[in-house]
Design a protein around this ligand. Structure first.
Ligand SMILES: Nc1ncnc2c1ncn2[C@@H]1O[C@H](COP(=O)(O)OP(=O)(O)OP(=O)(O)O)[C@@H](O)[C@H]1O
Ligand SMILES: [Mg+2]
Length: 423
């Protein structure tokens, strides 16, 4: 470094003979007076160019200076008065000429100046200008620990994770059904458990019941005590068919009771919000060998999804393979979430036509659980473009803790909690 003076092209002195050569550009120091001179000349050139391009302004300025030199301030006042009188007379006698020669050009000039300053901002606010967001870091690259159990359950916005832009990601269950599709190990469990976690406060006061169907005996069995206490649990396909049919029966009884009285359901302890939670729904529909059982289950699911929304029944189902042969009732789920999928063609099956073209690259989500598990694309109501989100990871310990806390009578001081708008 000793050799680099900045006045010549220099190779940085390096005692290591095998190091690659490093070159620095020379630095020339300009005297300050030269900088001033150049800037002054520039200014002069601009003023001259302005004068050349604005002859009318030159003439007006010349007239003003001439009058002032000849007649002083009274002359200027007379000039201003004369111009004003001329304009007033023009406006009164020939209004069309006034509009053409004075007010029109003046307005155009003002508009040009005004919009030139504001146009860009207006286009941006109206979302007509392209915004080039430069992503420097993947905000979802690291797993997120389970979110704290909220004080209050809002069934229209259950917090489950984070969006790509860092804002919280919440899922609505009230008035809808949710299908969660993703290949094996994609992290569907973290959505199911994050939802359960967000509903615990309402479950504790009897405003939400969860009926869990766990055909794989893997996912939901872990918190079985929770479902036994605040709903129901079934794992055997025959039991699941019974559970689903019982849900249909209760739902229809409720529908009959409320028919014509109210169109939206408000959870009460007598008529709680019921979430039918199904892990790996294909086990019950496509891969079920017993045909009768399969038909019963499909019929019950179809009834729940078509009639349950308005009376406080919501079906949340996880699914590995989104093909129609596997789940022909997938379109009965208004809300869908697509985690990592095996093939590009599966994206549109879940999120609807054109979703992958609009950026839902589910097949490119990392198969490494650290970076990819729980990452999903979802279509939000407000925007056509899919948004990337990630669920918080509810670990086995979290599930054990929440099950213990909410089933072992540790809830002596649960605050008065509400579900949705229920007071
Ligand atoms: N949100 C998450 N953040 C980080 N890691 C996660 C997340 N969700 C799951 N994982 C990790 O990925 C593994 C697989 O997740 P999970 O069991 O939920 O997958 P799955 O989609 O249910 O798969 P399968 O269809 O085989 O049941 C988990 O054991 C966990 O280690
Ligand atoms: Mg699973």
């Amino acid at each position: 470094m000793r050799n680099v003076t900045g006045e010549q092209l220099a190779q940085v002195d390096n005692p290591d003979p095998f190091a690659s050569p490093v070159w620095r550009s020379p630095v020339y120091r300009t005297p300050e007076s030269v900088i001033w001179l150049v800037q002054l000349l520039r200014l002069l050139a601009r003023v001259i160019w302005f004068a050349v391009r604005h002859p009318l302004a030159d003439a007006v300025a010349g007239l003003v200076v001439f009058t002032w030199l000849r007649a002083g301030w009274p002359g200027l006042a007379g000039l201003a008065g004369g111009v004003l009188t001329a304009l007033v007379l023009l406006r009164l006698i020939w209004p069309a000429w006034f509009a053409r020669l004075v007010s029109g050009p003046a307005r155009n000039r003002w508009r040009w100046w005004f919009y030139r300053r504001h146009w860009h901002a207006v286009m941006t606010i109206a979302r007509l200008a392209p915004v080039l967001e430069l992503v420097r870091r993947d905000a979802l690259a690291d797993p997120m620990p389970a979110l704290p159990i909220p004080d209050m359950t809002d069934l229209r916005a259950l917090p489950v994770g984070r969006r790509e832009d860092g804002t919280p990601f919440a899922i609505r269950l009230q008035g809808t059904h949710l299908l969660i599709a993703g290949a094996t190990g994609a992290g569907k469990g973290s959505y199911l458990w994050s939802l359960v976690r967000a509903m615990l406060p309402a479950m504790a006061v009897g405003l939400v019941h969860i009926w869990a169907c766990d055909p794989k005996l893997m996912e939901l069995a872990f918190g079985r005590a929770l479902f036994d206490q605040y709903g129901r649990y079934a794992a055997d396909p025959a039991d699941i068919a019974d559970l689903l049919e019982a849900a249909v029966g209760e739902m229809q009884a409720r529908a009959q009771r409320f028919a014509g009285k109210q169109r939206d359901h408000t959870p009460t302890p007598e008529h709680p919000f019921v979430v039918v939670l199904v892990d790996e729904i294909a086990f019950l529909t496509a891969y079920q060998a017993d045909r009768k059982l399969k038909d019963r289950i499909l019929a019950a699911l179809a009834t729940l999804t078509t009639q349950g929304r308005a009376v406080g029944y919501s079906v949340v189902a996880a699914l590995q393979d989104p093909r129609k042969e596997v789940l022909n009732i997938r379109n009965l789920f208004p809300d869908k979430l697509a985690l990592r999928l095996d093939e590009p063609s599966q994206v549109d099956m879940v999120l609807g036509d054109g979703a992958r073209d609009r950026g839902a690259f589910c097949d490119e989500i990392s198969a490494d659980p650290r970076t990819g598990a729980g990452v999903a694309y979802v279509r939000l109501e407000a925007a056509p473009d899919p948004v990337r989100v990630r669920a918080a990871f509810v670990s086995d310990d979290d599930i054990r803790d929440m099950t213990t806390a909410y089933t072992a009578g540790l809830l002596a001081e649960v605050p008065a909690l509400t579900a949705g708008e229920a007071a």
